[in-house]
Design a protein around this ligand. Structure first.
Ligand SMILES: [Zn+2]
Length: 318
């Protein structure tokens, strides 16, 4: 679904205690891995790009009580590094503070109101030009270091696990958030289906298009034109999601299968009240028809031109 995010999550307390489930760190890594695979494989379909570094960042201002060990070297630090990623190859380690991005001091970054330093740092990283080496100034145990990495480009999106809230899988066009509990419960394949749907909202530039059409992100459930446009963006995201999956080497059938599964239907039940989604069966049937018409027997990567052409078509009445 698409919805304006609450002005960010400033007071996430300490990470929750998760005795019976997987730790938040593991969930972070799994979600980032699935997301980067989709972002990399679909770089030819999106118009906003970012370097895929393999870094998961966090900042002290995201926490009510920041862990003094993890932020010992500065307020912006590396939470995790994806195994095998460019940042991993360059020797960046968890808990390294990032003090400069391409020579610009992190201390000079100005976060948007209500947003943590992490988001401003993410934007600075995302603005790094493709093809050039990215130079990170690091501080580790009080010592200054430099890491030079050459990340491949991918579709631009900040993907994160939300530890403090349940039952969330959403996108505001820039940030994709999935609750920790969902990530912990779902398989990587199920996560891929969800992230592909949310990334499709970004690739299709739904935030920009809804704003241009005068649809306020907060008005879920409203009748009339808003409701019709919301159904339309959800249907478009569903259709593009099977292309994004196929391009990343996933079985595109993961998407209709997920939305028909118990987990998918449970998610839908909450969202359906907004009227934004079709019922699970027609939803899955539309995705299956898209696969049959545009993916089966066709070469990959799919350019999904018939769907992407919509990006530049204003909606009637906008
Ligand atoms: Zn959606």
């Amino acid at each position: 679904m698409i919805r304006k995010l609450a002005p960010l999550l400033l007071a996430l307390a300490a990470l929750p205690v998760l005795a019976q489930d997987q730790p938040v760190d593991v969930a972070d890594l799994r979600l980032a891995q699935v997301a980067e695979r989709l972002q990399a494989a679909n770089v030819g379909l999106c118009r906003q790009h970012m370097p895929l570094t393999g870094l998961i960042l966090f900042s002290a201002d995201q926490y009510g009580r920041p862990d003094p060990v993890r932020f010992a070297d500065g307020p912006l630090a590396v939470a995790q590094v994806l195994p095998g990623s460019p940042a991993h190859a360059a020797g960046v380690l968890p808990n390294d503070a990032i003090v400069a991005i391409d020579g610009q001091p992190v201390a000079a970054l100005e976060p948007e109101e209500g947003h943590p330093l992490r988001d401003a740092a993410h934007a600075a990283l995302a603005d790094h030009g493709p093809g050039n080496p990215l130079v990170l100034g690091l501080r580790r145990a009080g010592q200054d270091l430099t890491a030079t990495i050459t990340p491949p480009p991918g579709c631009r999106a900040l993907v994160e696990v939300v530890a403090g809230q349940d039952g969330i899988a959403r996108s505001d066009g820039r940030v994709i958030q999935v609750s920790w509990r969902y990530v912990a419960q779902w398989s990587d394949d199920e996560l891929a289906a969800i992230v592909a749907h949310e990334l499709a909202h970004s690739v299709l530039e739904h935030r920009r298009r809804l704003e241009a059409a005068g649809v306020d992100g907060g008005l879920l459930g409203e009748f009339g034109r808003n409701r019709r446009l919301r159904r339309q963006v959800e249907a478009e995201a569903d259709l593009l999601s099977v292309h994004l999956l196929a391009n990343a080497g996933y079985d595109p059938q993961l998407a209709p299968r997920f939305w028909l599964s118990e987990a998918g239907q449970r998610m839908d039940a909450g969202i359906l009240r907004s009227g934004a989604y079709a019922a699970p069966r027609p939803r899955a049937a539309a995705m299956e028809a898209e696969i049959a018409a545009h993916l089966q027997g066709k070469p990959l990567p799919s350019r999904a031109e018939h769907l992407l052409a919509e990006r530049d078509e204003p909606w009637p009445g906008s």
